[in-house]
Design a protein around this ligand. Structure first.
Ligand SMILES: Nc1ncnc2c1ncn2[C@@H]1O[C@H](COP(=O)(O)OP(=O)(O)O)[C@@H](O)[C@H]1O
Ligand SMILES: [Mg+2]
Length: 232
């Protein structure tokens, strides 16, 4: 599903070159559920931005579903991102003036789907995340855990092949965090959705079959999903 080959990333600020990712190679198969962990500043978000095609590596190659993105034009990259990837963020990124239903339907508006079809699909996905009874509420009328479930529904509505979540439980109390993690694991189990979850919370990471640990811009440890049965 995802292959990184010798990926490096550095930022340039004036004359200064700051190396952030150093020669990362990594392969994630379809259906895997991975935690990406490591201390703050170790490069997790930078790596997720490369995997999510929001940024390009300084060196090396990102391949998604067997297709290298290295030679792609910006349009091809945007298309690949829209068709293949779903994103969930720490701070939800919901439209505060729109209902849950309209937030979830928004990606389909960008795809040009008519309102009836948008509503039908958004309703189905909200039901999938257990929020049918909240579909006409705005974000400020929902709890943190519910907001994140709306954001997950919005990520799912385009039927992505790979779900990327950067600290999705970072703004939640521990009970809501547990519920959101349970939902991610359920989506992986029931839909086979390949998922990468960034977290620096060891108890969240412990629930993920595969754990990739970063340190100083490199992969420090990777259990390759060896503890799959145990972790579930
Ligand atoms: N746009 C940028 N310009 C310069 N340095 C950056 C930029 N983004 C991130 N960094 C640096 O890269 C390192 C890794 O950051 P990040 O990927 O956000 O780590 P993490 O998500 O693991 O906390 C940090 O030292 C950070 O300061
Ligand atoms: Mg980060």
């Amino acid at each position: 599903m995802l292959t990184l080959r010798h990926v490096s990333k550095e930022y340039r600020t004036g004359l200064l070159v700051v190396p952030v990712l150093d020669n990362i190679s990594l392969s994630i198969a379809a259906g895997e559920f991975c935690a990406l962990t490591g201390p703050s500043g170790s490069g997790k978000t930078t790596l997720m931005n490369l995997i999510g095609l929001l940024d390009r590596p300084s060196r090396g190659e990102v391949e998604i579903a067997g297709r290298s993105t290295k030679q792609m034009t910006l349009d091809q990259i945007a298309l690949t991102r829209n068709v293949m990837l779903g994103f969930v963020f720490q701070s939800f990124h919901l439209l505060s003036t729109a209902t849950a239903l309209d937030n979830v339907g928004l990606p389909l508006l960008y795809r040009g789907l008519p309102i009836g079809e948008r509503r039908r699909r958004a309703t189905a996905v909200l039901e999938r995340v257990g929020l049918s009874h909240r579909q006409n509420h705005r974000p400020d009328e929902l709890s943190g855990g519910q907001r994140q479930r709306v954001a997950i529904a919005r990520a799912l509505v385009t039927e992505p092949r790979l779900l990327l979540a950067d600290e999705p439980t970072g703004n939640l109390d521990s009970r809501s965090a547990d519920e959101v993690m349970a939902l991610f694991l359920e989506l992986n189990r029931d839909l086979g959705l390949t998922s990468i979850i960034v977290t620096h919370d060891p108890s969240i990471a412990a629930r993920c079959p595969r754990r990739i640990v970063m340190r100083d811009g490199r992969i420090f440890d990777d259990n390759h999903g060896e503890l799959r049965e145990y972790a579930r």
